[in-house]
Design a protein around this ligand. Structure first.
Ligand code: 8YV
Length: 332
């Protein structure tokens, strides 16, 4: 049925995804392993209708204003779309889609993995046998961490991923608390035995672990501000597999340094101007675990993300509402 959609893909994707895209579409790829600059992206999009973007593409109002007129769809390979000015895209008549759901379980696994790794000193323990000094062997007070069972978990944002984290955390004996603007359905609360806190400050003072599962928006920037981190319980932990912008990193470092917080496990950190050296020092001292934005990095998730991008493109190009359209706040 007619011409094949002309798509441009900004990053290399798993082989099977690229192959399917090349079969279904008139597809061009950025063949390098690095993101493109704004100028390169604008030039590359000439003659294309669809931009397949990733978190490493900054699609702001300025770039949107410079896009070739034929571009009609921005199909993000990813769940979060905070790299895209969705409001400006909407006003420019462009459709934006994302790939939710398929990465939920893997991302939740990563959050729980970090939640376990931190108090049980996994990274530190794994390093001991590889160190320069010979391991002296077991002792009764060797490598003592803290028990997870019986602690309380405060989830910020009980959406798809937050819910999947809660379900796992229950199996580890954590009690579930959540902050969200709107209370979630009673059936979900009952299933998770979850307690709703309409006031984030109040929840922060009541839980042992805080895990962030909310997108980065204007409203959530530094949602864990210095003031809020100071409100957390002594010896509490922070886990973040969402976006670095949710935490005031400097304040987090200070709260760990002062001995108020026990530590943090972060899959996402600010790195545009290099990673905060104080955060790296804390990681070297094993008070912080830093991983390299890999919560959805399974082959399965990345292939399914690619397939979701394909479905979004096909339905849109066939003139239908794509299944995962992203609208600006307050629009339907
Ligand atoms: C991706 C993510 O690695 O989907 C997201 O929001 O952070 C990750 O799953 C990345 O965003 C790909 O664009």
């Amino acid at each position: 049925t007619g011409r094949r959609p002309r798509i441009f893909v900004t990053r290399r994707l798993p082989e099977t995804v690229e192959a399917r895209m090349a079969t279904l579409f008139d597809a061009s790829f950025n063949a390098s392993d690095s993101p493109l600059s704004a100028d390169q992206l604008v030039a590359a999009l000439e003659g294309h209708e669809v931009l397949v973007s990733s978190i490493t593409d900054r699609i702001d109002a300025d770039l949107l204003g410079r896009l070739p007129a034929g571009v009609r769809l921005i199909a993000q390979f990813g769940n979060g779309v905070d790299n895209i000015d969705v409001e400006a895209a909407y006003r420019a008549g462009l459709t934006v889609t994302n790939t939710p759901s398929v990465l939920t379980e893997d991302t939740a696994d990563m959050a729980v993995m970090l939640m376990l790794a931190l108090p049980r000193r996994l990274v530190e323990g794994a390093g001991v046998l590889l160190g320069d000094e010979a391991w002296p062997g077991w002792a009764p007070t060797w490598m003592l961490g803290r028990r997870l069972r019986g602690k309380s978990l405060g989830i910020v944002g009980l959406g798809r991923i937050g819910t999947a984290v809660a379900a796992r955390a229950r199996a580890f004996g954590l009690s579930i608390h959540y902050f969200a603007r709107d209370r979630r359905p009673p059936a979900l609360e009952e299933m998770l035995e979850a307690t709703w806190w309409p006031d984030l400050d109040a929840m922060l003072g009541a839980v042992d672990i805080v895990s962030l599962h909310t997108p980065h928006t204007r409203d959530t920037y530094h949602i864990l501000s210095g003031e809020r981190l100071a409100r957390m319980r002594k010896d509490a932990y922070v886990v973040n597999v969402s976006r670095p912008e949710l935490i005031d990193e400097k304040a987090l470092v200070a709260e760990i340094r002062s001995g108020h917080l026990s530590g943090a496990a972060l899959d996402v950190v600010e790195h545009r101007h290099g990673i905060n050296p104080d955060l790296l020092s804390l990681a070297r001292e094993n008070r912080v675990i830093l991983t390299a934005h890999m919560a959805s990095a399974t082959l399965e998730a990345r292939v399914e993300m690619g397939e979701t991008v394909i479905v979004n493109i096909r339905t849109f190009m066939d003139g239908h509402q794509p299944p995962h359209r992203v609208l600006p706040d307050g629009r339907r």
